[in-house]
Design a protein around this ligand. Structure first.
Ligand SMILES: Nc1ncnc2c1ncn2[C@@H]1O[C@H](COP(=O)(O)OP(=O)(O)OP(=O)(O)O)[C@@H](O)[C@H]1O
Length: 292
């Protein structure tokens, strides 16, 4: 199980790192095996920073991230179980390597003792799992494959490992509508095999389609989380309601002045924690800075 406990991330910025920006603040949530959790929020809300911390690509400033009770530790053993896939599949491949090479690197790093014929069969099986024809993709360079094929290749590569958690950061945003649905269905199939997925997205409808639970981020903090049906069906936080009513402009930068001024939880629950409004459905007060 992946567990984030009170995680905060500050980046040092400016000349000589004299200033800092808080990208993620006091975030806690879990992803259990066989569950898709979608992490949604506007651009700059801290989604990718959370993904990168889970993958050990950025250290946390405070709090902890554990996977099966062990702290994140970037390295071969960790990546055997946890893999990340990102928005732009082309940037994940070295353009001068054919697809075969991607798989050979996994063999060299993790399975050097496996005989070649057995390895070839494993590769073919993982490609078939993601509905790719091995004969049509192996032997090709990245530019000879489509974005959807490359995303599937990345998933196939992850499947060759003993993967338990996939961090999928905007993986469908560069795909056309039909390929997007194919990749989403593939993720749904993987979750039914016990894989946990953190699905990071701007796109509420995709999160709604796939995820059992939804975590809504605003300016680095969780404002609401719970079962997707409940968060979408009965959004409690004004910001979540705003997000749901503003779907068509989700890809635009948001105006910081977005009014978030009505909150029925104001003054009901301390100064910053999430309130459990109903079992498993948590919401932040919309007036955190003034709530006491
Ligand atoms: N390496 C960094 N150095 C300084 N600031 C950073 C760094 N990475 C991210 N940030 C800042 O942290 C905040 C959160 O960024 P992040 O990329 O996590 O947001 P996001 O929700 O994933 O946005 P998008 O959907 O546009 O990718 C932003 O204000 C961003 O400018």
């Amino acid at each position: 199980m992946l567990k984030l406990d009170d995680v905060t991330k500050e980046f040092r910025i400016g000349a000589f790192g004299g200033k800092s920006v808080t990208a993620v603040q006091n975030v806690s949530f879990e992803v259990v095996p066989g569950e898709v959790v979608s992490l949604i929020g506007e651009s700059g809300s801290g989604k990718s920073t959370i993904g990168r911390m889970i993958l050990g690509l950025n250290p946390v400033t405070s709090g902890s991230i554990t996977f099966n009770d062990r702290p994140v530790q970037a390295g071969r053993e960790y990546y055997r179980h946890i893999q990340g896939i990102f928005q732009d599949p082309f940037s994940s491949f070295n353009p001068v390597f054919k697809a075969d090479r991607v798989f050979a690197m996994i063999k060299d790093a993790y399975y050097p003792a496996v005989p070649e014929p057995e390895w070839a069969e494993r590769v073919a099986a993982s490609l078939r799992d993601v509905r790719l024809n091995p004969d049509q993709v192996l032997g090709k360079y990245p530019h000879q494959l489509s974005g959807g094929q490359l995303q599937r290749l990345l998933i196939a590569r992850a499947l060759l490992l003993d993967i338990k958690l996939l961090v999928a950061d905007e993986i469908t945003s560069m795909l056309d509508a039909s390929t997007r649905i194919d990749v989403l269905n593939l993720l749904a199939e993987l979750k039914s095999r016990g894989l946990g997925v953190l699905y990071i997205t701007h796109d509420l409808s995709l999160g709604n389609y796939l995820a059992e639970r939804t975590v809504v981020l605003r300016r680095g903090s969780v404002v609401e989380m719970g079962l997707t049906d409940r968060v979408f069906g009965d959004p409690l936080h004004p910001y979540t309601r705003e997000l749901l009513s503003a779907v068509p402009r989700l890809h635009e930068a948001w105006d910081d002045a977005t009014p978030v001024d009505t909150c029925r939880y104001h003054r009901r629950g301390g100064s910053g924690g999430l309130l459990e409004a109903e079992p498993g459905h948590f919401v932040a007060c919309a007036h955190l800075s003034t709530c006491s």
